[in-house]
Write a protein that binds this ligand. Structure first.
Ligand code: AMP
Length: 401
């Protein structure tokens, strides 16, 4: 069976076609700059990359272009679109309703539309991608895997905010958590590497990318996570502020005489690494600048690492211990400096950091704690697409029974 995974963003569509017999990625790629100048499809199949630059007006054209490449007699990897057994879509926010991967039908899509106010940046393009692929791939089952789903097990004491309860009743304001597919995938992989059951472990997963979140996983279940009602809460991110005193937006609104839309832009797009360093939202640029003696760039990295360290400490307390800490995503998989800054001076917790192993674990699996460390620390590359494909296959086969 072949599963097509689609992750549809506001102006982009990422895709992978995976053969589930052997988990082989037959083709993958990215459509970028949909609806704006410079649109293109990057298409990778084994040993070969093509970049096709052409106007791509909307998501439907983007998906059509992907399919035309997948079935192309020369560049393609399948003969006909009917060889696609199912499509798995990544969806960011499913609200409180769905706790796993589900077959997409009108009711589910309506529920996702109802969640738009909770994820105004993410859900609309996800839904556009789903509707476009339903038009093009008629008759092929589609499933949605939700970023929020893995966090459905978080207990009330961790998801209810200490604001008047009536706002939870009225608007469902609560912690939802995101990056669930990634946290779940790396936790399972980590347990496998340790040779233990996920259900018997306490794990902290640090998904550190452009957006970052950290999750406490006890006995296989997410019990707390740093992103909340939206993906703005928690760690310092590329351009997002993470945790701040909630009175700061009100102070700025009054003193800068700006409206809530501008506040939203400041906290989501102008803060984090970008805001502190005034250099870039990409940690590679910030590190380069810090190396050349820029104090503000150095401070940005220190704040980012310090916040991760504090979250790890709080989740160890929440779980009464930890067996395994996992680093993943762009920064987690690549950035030895951040990992070192987080993990050093944590001996009191039982973390003994292996600096040589840390320098070697770049974009690949590696254990970065010493053999006598009470707590194991690993770098595990995430693979959300594979996890989505596996979950899609499971629900589609169940549906067929
Ligand atoms: P992601 O959101 O997981 O795709 O991660 C993207 C972020 O990872 C980028 O914005 C960079 O800050 C960071 N990143 C990617 N590659 C590297 C690298 N080689 N070294 C350090 N950071 C990296």
């Amino acid at each position: 069976m072949k599963i097509l995974v689609i992750n549809s963003g506001s102006s982009s569509i990422k895709f992978q076609l995976i053969d589930m017999e052997n988990l082989d990625v037959l083709a993958k790629g990215l459509v970028e700059r949909i609806g704006i100048s410079g649109s293109k499809l990057s298409y990778y199949k084994k040993g070969k990359t093509d970049v096709i630059e052409q106007p791509i007006k909307d998501h439907k054209e983007g998906i059509n272009l992907i399919i035309s490449y997948l079935i192309d007699p020369y560049e393609g990897v399948i003969k006909d679109k009917s060889e696609i057994s199912a499509v798995g879509h990544r969806v960011v926010h499913a609200g409180e309703k769905y706790s796993g991967t589900v077959i997409l039908n009108k009711d589910v899509i309506d529920a996702l539309k109802a969640c738009i106010p909770l994820a105004p940046l993410h859900n609309p393009p996800n839904i556009i991608g789903i509707e476009a692929s339903m038009d093009i791939l008629t008759g092929i089952p589609m499933a949605g895997t939700f970023d929020t789903a893995f966090h459905h097990t978080i207990p009330e004491k961790a998801y209810i905010y200490p604001i008047p309860y009536k706002y939870y009743r009225k608007y469902r304001i609560r912690r939802y958590g995101f990056h669930g597919t990634s946290h779940f995938y790396v936790a399972k992989e980590g347990a496998k590497k340790l040779g233990k059951d996920l259900e018997e472990l306490k794990i902290i997963t640090c998904h550190l990318g452009n957006g970052s979140s950290i999750t406490a996983i006890k006995n296989g279940k997410s019990i707390d996570t740093s992103m909340g009602f939206t993906p703005l809460e928690g760690l310092v991110m590329g351009t997002r502020c993470g945790d701040i005193d909630p009175s700061i937006p009100m102070f700025l609104q009054k003193n800068e005489e700006i409206d809530y839309k501008e506040i939203d832009r400041i906290l989501n797009k102008m803060s984090g690494l970008q805001g502190i360093s005034e250099v870039s939202s990409d940690i590679r640029d910030v590190e380069k600048r810090a190396e050349s003696g820029d104090n503000q760039a150095q401070l940005a990295i220190e704040i980012l690492a310090y916040r991760i360290k504090k979250y790890i400490g709080s989740y160890v307390a929440a779980m009464n211990g930890v067996d395994l800490i996992i680093f993943t995503a762009g920064i987690g998989e690549n950035d030895c400096l951040v990992r070192k800054m987080v993990l050093e001076d944590m001996e009191f917790l039982g973390i003994h950091f292996d600096s040589i192993a840390n320098d070697k674990a770049i974009r690949k699996y590696g254990v970065i704690s010493t053999s006598d460390s009470k707590i194991t620390v690993m770098v595990i590359p995430t693979n959300e697409e594979l996890e989505i494909a596996k979950q899609t296959l499971k629900v589609v086969l169940n549906e067929e029974k």
